[in-house]
Design a protein around this ligand. Sequence first.
Ligand SMILES: Cc1cc2nc3c(=O)[nH]c(=O)nc-3n(C[C@H](O)[C@H](O)[C@H](O)COP(=O)(O)O)c2cc1C
Length: 176
Amino acid sequence: MLNELIEKRYSPYSFSDRQIEKETIYKLFDAARFSPSSYNEQPWRFIVAPKSNEETYNNILETLVDVNREWAKQVSVLILTISQNEFSKNGKKNYHSEYDLGQFVAYLTLKAIEQDIYVHQMAGFSREKAVELFKIPEGYTPVTVIALGYKNENDEDKIKQRKELNEIVFENFFGK
Ligand SMILES: Cc1cc2nc3c(=O)[nH]c(=O)nc-3n(C[C@H](O)[C@H](O)[C@H](O)COP(=O)(O)O)c2cc1C
């Protein structure tokens, strides 16, 4: 079951006009918040914009590099992901906050694909613009923008090229 979801998932460039219900968006986040994080800090924050929230949606679009904006402007929901840089309890740098945020998004992605909703993550956006437009305070870093939507029926599943296991998993020393 989980394997099927992993195999089904990919990052589409073409999405359908069908909008994701607010309740469905809520459920995706509600499930993903049970992902693990260093010291259970949960250093993830999100600005979530369904297309119906025109102002926020357009502001997120505005942060994107042109090539991403071109395809992302059709998606049902845009999300700006933000990490908290320091631990709340002692102010020390949390070196794993972006790692934890990525894990949250991985959970959300699998929960979404279970319902035929596809996630396409983007690094191609302006952090500076995001900070300015969304009044993000010091101590927080915008990390990605993610697009969420039902995919276009005609969109062909992309063939995934992946490194071989022996290129990434070692037994003795790095590389061996
Ligand atoms: C952190 C991150 C940043 C990414 N940034 C972009 C991006 O700016 N634009 C884009 O089109 N795809 C982006 N992608 C999608 C990747 O290119 C894609 O996941 C990868 O090629 C593997 O393809 P698949 O997701 O279809 O399996 C990003 C993915 C991740 C995880």
